[in-house]
Each structure stands twice: as structure tokens, then as C-alpha cells.
Write a protein that binds this ligand. Structure first.
Ligand code: LLP
Length: 418
């Protein structure tokens, strides 16, 4: 469920018309709904009640500090994958004891930073990383709580590029190695070996692969305990999919929580989760203005002012984003259209041959379900400045990231003296 609806024929975010935002802030612009973010967090969290797992919002999905702060106020933690994301989470008010530090390529400097702020947990992806962390803890005389990320050899996810759980992926260690690593970490002076972590992919629309991976986690926990190792925590990652269009609804958080309860029944372990897309995707749209129509003999091409540098998902993962006119279509007239951005490559195509209501220059459209992996993945390709982000709350809105100026881009560069 989200809070983007037509009211008297105009598309609103909560109680604010998107047209008003477009006209005030300019286009393209990302618009997020606080109510939707809050609702998604609460639905997920409450699905596990009375258990009180750590729900660490995956900052990579949408790292705007206003978005993180909205969730932090409800008690959310943060799953982070770089020193930058840790800084964002802290700046947004997430306490360090609710921050998980994940990722396959953490540097020594990033590990040192993470332990200096006292994060809740560092997820370890390899022997080499564990050894590096041991060195860092000893160098700085600071402790680190860790979980070993396993690779359960279960693949899942909406696209090959976002499937992480198969053996040939770069993530995690085998179950056998996880046991050995945990045993080794348990003997390290400044390392607190807390348990295991898993994340098999993103935009998963079927509980079966998640359940298989979680069963591996349960067996691993029992095996480790039988060997005298303590396992206090299991981090079950993110990955639950969302509907991008009129498709069968993915499993609900309630179904997911019921499955989790079934798998871990009686295990007596603290669980944590790292949902990103589930919380942010349907809480955001990208609003764009039509620049012009280009008619080709066989097709009609709508050129809009947003481009692949603003929303790369269609170009990168063949992702489908619903496109809604800000003024609701009257009647049933539909035309097949390609929707493209101004960037100079054919990849800058949002959709081909989509049935859309008649649209023309100056009309406004919204790319739906763009709140996750939208703004965070944007670039300044073709010297297009990063676009603004707006957060709505009820009948108010605020620009939570302003548009970059070209001078700011140029200010980072120089022409060498030679
Ligand atoms: N935890 C870990 C360790 C992850 O790698 C990810 C996502 C998450 C949690 C959050 O997963 P979610 O709940 O959002 O599915 N850019 C891609 C998605 C990449 C996901 C990467 N990892 C896209 O636009 O579809």
C-alpha cells in the first residue's frame, strides 16, 4: 500500500499534489511519502510481534538522511555497506548500537571507523576480512561484535545482477567455512563472535528460497552450538520483493514472519533483518515532464526530462516502472509509446511500446515505485546535475536534497597547469 492516489483527477502524494511540487521545485524530482515509509516499517516490524527483532533498514535503498530519520524515529536500525552509509545513518539519528555494517569490500579504514563509533555488528564475508578486523581491533584496542555471512548456495532475486546467494557469487563463505571462521573468531581477543548472517538476493517474490536459506541457518546454528560455540544472533538479510505493477502480490510481511517463526521455532536466538526495497520502493516516485514527442513511422517516442542517470533500473535490470500521468486519463484512449530520456545512448529508454494515455509536451508523468534504488543509483552522466528529492508529510513538503548546480560539479575539477 502507498500514499500516491488520484484526487479529483490529480495525482497526489499524501495531501500534496505532485503537480504543485513539480511546479515549485522543478523536474525531474524524486518525491517520497513519509506515511508510506512509516507504514511499511511498522507492518514489517509488527509482523514479528511480540518478538522484537532489530529491523535495520538497508540504507543503500534510499540513503537520504530525511528518509533514514523518518524510520529512525520509529526505532529502525540501519544496515550499511560503507563508511559513508554509517555516517548517513548516524547523521539521521540511528544509534550506533542499531547499525549493522555489511559488504564484501570493507577497507581497513572503514573497519576502524565502524569500531570507533561502536556499531552493533560487523558482518564478515571472508577469512581475509576477519583477519583484517582482528588486526584493526588490536591496533585500536577496541572490540567488535561480528556475524559470519554464509553463502547457502540458494539463488534468488528479481534479476541475475541482484542474486547473491549462489556459491559462485562474491558474497559470504560456505557453511563449512562459516563454522571454522566462527570457531576461530571465538578465540580472538577483541572479537565477539555473535552468530551468522545471510542475504540471498533482492526483489524475491517467493518464500521458498528464503526458507531454504533460513533452514541452512538453523542447522548451522545447531551444529555450531553442538560444537560448543555460542550463537546469540542471526541476521536474515533483506530481499523481500514488492509489486512494481499489476502483478501477483509478493508474499506479505505477515507470511514472511510466519515462515521465519516456523523455521526458527524454539531456537532462542536474536534475529535481525535488513529490508530496503520493501520499505522504500513504493514510498517514492520520480516526477518528470514531457519535453516533446518524436514520431517515427512505426512508433511514437515520448522524450521526457528524466533519464537513465536519474533512474537507472530500466536500463540496468530491464526493470518495469509503471508510468502514471499526473492528470488522470479521461476515457480509454491509449497509445503505444516508447518513453526515453535525453541521454545520448539507446539504453536511455524507460519503456518500449507501452500503452499510455495521450501525452504531449509539458505534461507531467510519475515513474512509480522509484523510492528504492532510484536516487541512490543516480549519476551525473551527460553533465546532468543530481536532481532534488522532496519528502511529503501530510499537507507539507520539504526539499530534502536540493538540485546540484553545474558550478558545484565544475568546482570539483581542474585543468592541470601543464
Ligand atoms: N542486505 C544486504 C546484505 C544486501 O546486499 C541488500 C541489497 C539488502 C540487505 C537489501 O535488500 P532489499 O530488501 O532491498 O531487497 N540496485 C538493485 C538492488 C540491489 C540490492 C543489493 N543488496 C535494484 O535496483 O533492484
Amino acid at each position: 500500500m502507498n500514499h500516491f492516489d488520484y484526487r479529483d483527477g490529480a495525482l497526489f502524494c499524501e495531501d500534496v499534489s505532485l503537480e504543485e511540487i513539480a511546479n515549485t521545485v522543478g523536474t525531474p524530482v524524486y518525491v517520497y511519502s513519509s506515511a508510506t515509509l512509516e507504514r511499511h516499517y511498522r507492518v514489517f516490524k509488527e509482523a514479528f510481534a511480540p518478538a522484537d527483532p532489530l529491523v535495520a533498514y538497508a540504507v543503500k535503498a534510499n540513503g537520504n538522511i530525511a528518509v533514514i530519520a523518518t524510520l529512525a524515529k520509529l526505532g529502525a536500525g540501519a544496515d550499511t555497506v560503507s563508511a559513508g552509509e554509517i555516517q548517513r545513518a548516524l547523521a539521521a539519528g540511528v544509534p550506533p548500537e542499531k547499525i549493522i555494517f555489511s559488504g564484501v569490500g570493507k577497507t581497513e579504514a572503514e573497519l576502524a571507523y565502524a569500531i570507533s563509533v561502536g556499531v552493533h555488528q560487523i558482518n564478515i564475508e571472508s577469512i581475509a576480512e576477519l583477519e583484517m578486523l582482528e588486526r584493526v581491533t588490536e591496533l585500536h584496542g577496541q572490540r567488535a561484535a561480528i556475524a559470519i555471512r554464509i553463502n547457502p548456495d540458494v539463488g534468488a532475486g528479481g534479476h541475475d545482477k541482484i542474486s547473491t546467494g549462489k556459491t559462485d557469487a562474491k558474497f559470504g563463505v560456505s557453511v563449512a567455512d562459516a563454522l571454522a571462521l566462527h570457531a576461530r573468531a571465538s578465540k580472538m581477543k577483541l572479537i565477539d563472535a555473535k552468530g551468522f548472517a545471510v542475504h540471498i538476493g533482492s526483489q524475491i517474490k517467493d518464500l521458498a528460497p528464503l526458507e531454504s536459506a533460513f533452514r541452512v541457518m538453523r542447522t548451522l546454528t545447531e551444529t555450531a552450538r553442538a560444537q560448543g560455540l555460542s550463537v546469540d544472533r542471526l541476521d536474515l538479510g533483506g530481499g523481500l520483493g514488492v509489486p512494481y505493477f499489476n502483478e501477483p502480490e509478493p508474499p506479505s510481511p505477515a507470511d514472511y514472519a510466519a515462515m521465519v517463526r516456523r523455521v526458527f521455532d524454539g531456537l532462542d536466538v536474536a534475529l535481525s533483518f535488513e529490508p530496503g526495497r520493501l520499505i522504500a520502493a513504493n514510498a517514492g516516485v520520480l516526477v518528470s515532464r514531457v519535453i516533446r514527442i518524436q514520431d517515427r513511422p512505426a512508433r511514437r517516442i515520448l522524450v521526457v526530462d528524466a533519464a537513465m542517470n536519474d533512474l537507472i533500473r530500466p536500463a540496468m535490470y530491464e526493470a518495469f516502472h509503471e508510468i502514471k500521468p499526473l492528470v488522470e486519463a479521461r476515457g480509454d484512449a491509449r497509445e503505444k509509446m516508447d518513453v526515453v530520456g535525453p541521454i545520448c545512448e539507446t539504453g536511455d529508454t524507460f519503456t518500449r511500446g507501452r500503452d499510455l494515455p495521450p501525452l504531449g509536451p509539458e505534461d507531467l508523468v510519475a515513474f512509480m515505485t522509484a523510492g528504492a534504488y532510484g536516487a541512490v543509483m543516480s549519476s551525473m552522466y551527460n553533465a546532468r546535475p543530481l536532481i532534488p528529492e522532496v519528502l511529503v508529510r501530510g499537507d507539507r513538503f520539504d526539499v530534502v536534497r536540493r538540485r546540484w548546480k553545474l558550478s558545484e560539479q565544475l568546482g570539483l575539477e581542474k585543468i592541470p597547469a601543464w
